[in-house]
Ligand binder design. Structure first.
Ligand SMILES: NC(=O)c1ccc[n+]([C@@H]2O[C@H](COP(=O)([O-])OP(=O)(O)OC[C@H]3O[C@@H](n4cnc5c(N)ncnc54)[C@H](O)[C@@H]3O)[C@@H](O)[C@H]2O)c1
Length: 286
């Protein structure tokens, strides 16, 4: 299969990640079709994108005309069938294998046989998702980081049967979106999370072991190790529920004790202390 030239991009799921990916796609000049499960959710995502592009205009990073033409390139739908002419579809729906398998099997019936299918999964196996289709060679991972419009990295993930063409096409799209793509194979956590999750869990264990405060731990890692942000600040930003989920997923796959979420952070999750998004985590937010 020769991968097509990518002109039209589909994004399925316009939540935290999907809306950011759709924004990147329209900023890069792709005709983009965004699919949400309801019109209300689609409109909400569109409003968020319009808001972020307005901020770019305000900061003189974009002209009003560029903003308008970017927004005009985005079509919203609730119908998967409207992805029919897409050359690349990026999936960013809920992090559950069942719905992703169902979606990929359905996408395969809708898009052209040479269209590339990408998943933004953080912790599931891209190979397993690809196996829901009869053409796994066209399936790759495109793992963006949150917030997608701002974080420079995208991991382009080669599943067991991904073709070079599909990898190259996804890599080129990442570059055109202004990202710094890297290639890696489909292993649990890919590159960044494989390194970062156990490291953050070590940091959180040190809170109790060394009886250090979150503020002092953050100071230790920023002032002593040159981290741009302390681990407690980072976990609050990522979301304590998201961090626990990613830790559990990696632990389930690798069975390395360092991957398992420390009990303290599981208790925080259960108490609804989710970090920035709930107003309270290691720190309190307005
Ligand atoms: N949030 C992060 O930090 C982050 C970072 C990298 C990758 N990811 C991955 O991106 C994907 C999306 O995560 P998110 O944080 O944007 O989630 P989210 O909950 O913000 O958005 C998920 C979207 O999928 C839609 N959806 C839910 N169930 C669906 C279904 N059965 N069929 C179709 N659509 C459905 C929802 O309407 C929602 O808009 C996940 O696979 C996640 O692991 C998340």
């Amino acid at each position: 299969m020769a991968a097509p030239e990518i002109r039209r991009v589909g994004v399925v799921g316009l939540g935290a990640m999907g809306a950011g990916i759709a924004q990147l796609a329209i900023q890069a000049g792709y005709e983009t079709v965004g699919r949400e499960v309801t019109d209300e959710l689609g409109t909400k995502a569109n409003d968020r994108i319009a808001h972020f592009l307005q901020r770019k205009v305000d900061k003189e990073q974009m002209t009003t005309a560029e903003r308008e033409s970017a927004l005009a390139a985005l079509t919203l739908t609730t119908e998967l069938a409207d992805l029919v002419d897409c050359d690349l579809v990026i999936e960013a729906i809920v992090e559950d294998l069942g719905p992703k398998l169902e979606l990929f099997a359905e996408l395969e019936r809708i898009v052209r046989p040479d269209a590339v299918l990408a998943t933004n999964t953080s912790a599931l196996s891209v190979t397993e998702i690809a196996a829901a289709t009869s053409s796994p060679e066209r399936v790759v991972g495109m793992h963006f980081f949150n917030p997608a419009p701002l974080m420079p990295l995208v991991e382009i993930v080669r599943a067991e049967l991904s073709s070079d063409d599909a990898m190259d096409a996804a890599f080129a799209v990442g570059e055109r979106m202004g990202k710094r793509p890297i290639r890696c194979h489909d292993t649990p956590g890919f590159v960044v999370n494989r390194v970062l999750i156990p490291l953050l869990n070590d940091c959180l264990r040190v809170l109790d072991e060394a009886r250090v405060s979150p503020e002092d731990l953050d100071t230790a890692m920023t002032a002593g190790a040159g981290w741009p942000m302390g681990p407690c600040t980072l976990v609050d930003l990522v979301g304590i529920d998201v961090h626990v989920h990613a830790s559990e997923a990696l632990y389930e796959k690798l069975r390395e004790p360092r991957m398992a979420p420390p009990p303290r952070i599981v208790a925080m999750k259960n108490a609804g202390l989710l970090g920035r998004k709930s107003g309270r985590g290691f720190y309190t937010y307005d």
